[in-house]
Design a protein around this ligand. Structure first.
Ligand code: F0G
Length: 456
């Protein structure tokens, strides 16, 4: 029988409320589409109790550390381990958990040399149970879906959310509906949703079209929406930053760099950083920067052309299909986070993404294309002098290398840019390519290949 889990002395799990990010209206419940009933903007979760009795930072740190020795499922979750800063469950067994979180922080010495940054780390969220950062948010949101009595959960997705949602729904005894753009998500991600038992609809539209449809669907059918518009998702994803700071002994890095798609993750990390500072867990805020693919650069344009005041949507096109999003739902939250932390927002080309992905792979770590925008973006931020020599940087790798094998194979075979405008420029990537070599099955042939590789 696993031991019962415990809370920090004098610290209760948090009672929470929903607050509209635009008009500030506070309420105890949220509507089906997680939009403010007064002005229609997005909601976030707040913890009014923290105002009166701020939990003791050192108590929290000790409690979270102790839980790593526990055998109980909720303590072994790298998300629920931090439950004092999450919406409260009435009992531990209400959590649907696959022991998400607990992801490693790796040093990247070769990439550090390439970029001129002395200490460069990767927080690898691709090592979550379904292979992406989505699991950290899904454990919280799926648990609250079940608590609310829903039989069906649903999401629009570029692939990772759907894989994660399908898994957590299955673990929690719920049915799941996945709505994805036809032909525009990787087979790996699609196959996960199928295996986890989701009802999977491939719509003849893009991600933005899928999300629009889902927003209408939740108002008509008794399904619970698990996109990152759902503020419970962002509470779970906050723990990425808590775990990261714990791994750094609560010494904040100068920079955290994250890919931007629908902009839920950057919003979640930024919220966590501010909360940690307000609770005395860290002494200063790292700069949180968001990097987008140049072909899906709605936030970049929103900041440059509209000073962050109104969204400039784009027709998204990128091989990094996870971030092929032109109308990001959480853009206002992300603009706020960039302002509060003083972070930058940059865009990177398809070639830069492919190069950065191969460079991360060459460190023995690997990630999916959307994650590699972080390294490509870092190079730009160093060139611009935004990241200064001597500053510590953490890249958030959001997805596993195995999420998109077609991209990786295309890169190494040299097919990735064939027939595209980037074809001639992509020749610069040749030194990074390692195509498989077909040989006769002789010792001689293999030894000659080995010798050639040694000289190269
Ligand atoms: N990286 C990966 C691997 C992703 O799957 C996503 C988003 C992002 C980055 C961007 O994060 O949307 O929070 O800004 N994937 C979503 C999905 C949209 O449906 O799987 P974001």
């Amino acid at each position: 029988m696993p031991p019962l889990s415990s809370s920090a002395p004098g610290v209760r799990q948090a009672a929470f409320r929903f607050r509209c990010i635009a008009c500030g209206d506070v309420s105890d419940s949220a509507s089906q589409n997680f939009r403010c009933t007064h002005c229609g903007d997005l909601l976030e979760i707040t913890y009014p109790q923290w105002k009166g009795a701020v939990p003791e930072a050192q108590n929290l740190r000790n409690t979270w550390r102790q839980r790593r020795l526990s055998q109980s499922a909720i303590d072994q979750s790298g998300v629920w381990r931090f439950r004092e800063l999450l919406p409260a469950l009435a009992s531990d067994d209400q959590a649907i958990t696959l022991r998400e979180g607990n992801t490693p922080l790796y040093e990247l010495p070769q990439c550090a040399r390439l970029t001129g940054v002395p200490r460069l780390f990767a927080k690898h969220q691709g090592l979550n149970p379904t292979g992406s950062f989505k699991d950290a948010g899904m454990t919280v949101a799926a648990s609250f879906a079940r608590l609310a009595g829903f039989r069906w959960v649903a999401c629009a997705s570029t692939g990772n959310t759907s894989a994660s949602m399908a898994a957590y729904a299955a673990r929690g005894g719920m049915r799941s509906l996945v709505v994805v753009p036809e032909g525009k998500i990787s087979w790996s991600k699609l196959s996960q949703a199928l295996d986890y038992g989701a009802v999977t609809c491939q719509l003849r539209t893009d991600f933005d079209g899928c999300l629009r449809l889902l927003q209408e669907l939740v108002l008509r059918a008794p399904v619970y929406q698990l996109n990152s518009i759902n503020p419970f998702r962002l509470e779970g994803q906050k723990t990425l930053a808590l775990e990261l700071l714990e791994q750094l002994d609560w010494q904040p890095p100068h920079h955290i760099i994250v890919p931007g798609g629908n902009l839920g993750n950057s919003s979640a990390i930024g919220k966590a950083l501010v909360e940690m500072r307000d609770l005395g867990l860290i002494s200063r805020l790292p700069k949180l920067s968001v990097i987008q693919a140049a072909g899906a650069n709605a936030l970049v344009r929103t900041l440059r052309e509209a000073a962050g005041k109104r969204l400039i949507s784009v027709q998204a096109e990128t091989r990094a299909t996870a971030v092929r999003i032109g109308n990001p739902a959480s853009w206002k939250k992300a603009v706020h986070v960039l302002e509060v932390t003083g972070g930058a927002c940059e865009q990177v080309t398809e070639i830069e993404i492919a190069q950065a992905k191969a460079e991360i792979g060459a460190e023995g770590i690997g990630c999916e294309p959307a994650s590699a925008v972080t390294l490509a973006g870092l190079k730009k931020l160093v060139k611009q002098g935004f990241v200064k020599s001597g500053e510590g940087v953490v890249l958030v790798l959001t997805g596993n290398l195995l999420k998109d094998p077609d991209f990786t194979m295309g890169f190494h075979h040299g097919d990735l840019f064939k027939g595209s405008a980037e074809e001639s420029a992509s020749a610069a990537l040749n030194p990074l390519r390692r195509p498989p070599i077909v040989l006769d099955a002789t010792l001689d042939a293999v030894i000659r290949t080995l010798e050639r590789a040694e000289k190269a």
